[in-house]
Design a binder for this molecule. Sequence first.
Ligand SMILES: NC(=O)c1ccc[n+]([C@@H]2O[C@H](COP(=O)([O-])OP(=O)(O)OC[C@H]3O[C@@H](n4cnc5c(N)ncnc54)[C@H](O)[C@@H]3O)[C@@H](O)[C@H]2O)c1
Ligand SMILES: N[C@@H](CCC=O)C(=O)O
Length: 251
Amino acid sequence: MVKLWEKAGLPAGVLNLLQGGRETGEALSSQSGLDGVLFTGSSATGFHLHRQLAGQPQKMLALEMGGNNPLIVDDPQDIDAAVHLTIQSAFVTAGQRCTCARRLLVKRGSIGDAFLQRLVEVSGRIVPDAWNAQPQPFIGGLISAAAAERVYQAWQALVEQGGTTLLAPRLVKPGTSLLTPGIVELTEAHDIADEEVFGPLLGVWRYDDFAQAIHLANATRYGLSCGLISPDRELFDRLLLESASRDRQLE
Ligand SMILES: NC(=O)c1ccc[n+]([C@@H]2O[C@H](COP(=O)([O-])OP(=O)(O)OC[C@H]3O[C@@H](n4cnc5c(N)ncnc54)[C@H](O)[C@@H]3O)[C@@H](O)[C@H]2O)c1
Ligand SMILES: N[C@@H](CCC=O)C(=O)O
């Protein structure tokens, strides 16, 4: 991309690409000559930068961080379409998008049961593979083997806290970052931490009425995104007014 900018006439040196991890980021953000920082990354790093640049109003700071995003599924008419949307939302790029659904809120009842059953069945067929594998896989690996291991451990921790596994995630090849999607029901579990797990792991909560769904959806310290799958237009209008998410992505 930097090469294309230069090709388009941007003088060399105006835009620089520097790759690195925590040390590189810290070295950049502690430069005294900075006019501002536009940051995209995790909430933990964002909070750190916020503290680091506090009390310096001459420096602009814009933070785009993570979320613990709810997706409400309220009696969909077309179950396969709802399953398709949910899988796209939760598992695309192996769950490594800030806007991925992390908390799936499903209305109690036979339609919700059928939806969940189909979701688990279809998600169970997703097998991650290398980027150049044939046939092309729907998802590849996580950013690193350590990240895949962290997501796997997060699932184990949820089970220890009372979660019921609907679909167990699986490390496809030990030592690689290939992890299959996991789905765990948490309706009866207690004290589940409001943390973003950045990978293909989806928690499920059941609810009785839409007021309860909104209450559950808003029970997060994060903003970011919130989704709704429903045939009822009025529910979208209501969610737009009552959702606590700052940028509301309604599906
Ligand atoms: N809101 C958005 O638009 C958006 C978009 C994409 C990703 N995200 C979020 O990004 C996260 C995943 O990305 P990640 O794993 O690269 O995030 P990260 O916070 O771990 O790392 C991001 C970058 O921050 C730098 N960094 C790390 N520690 C630092 C420190 N102490 N001081 C200064 N810089 C430091 C590193 O250079 C690293 O490349 C997820 O939480 C995801 O939700 C948000
Ligand atoms: N806006 C992007 C996600 C950015 C964060 O990872 C998307 O939803 O595709």
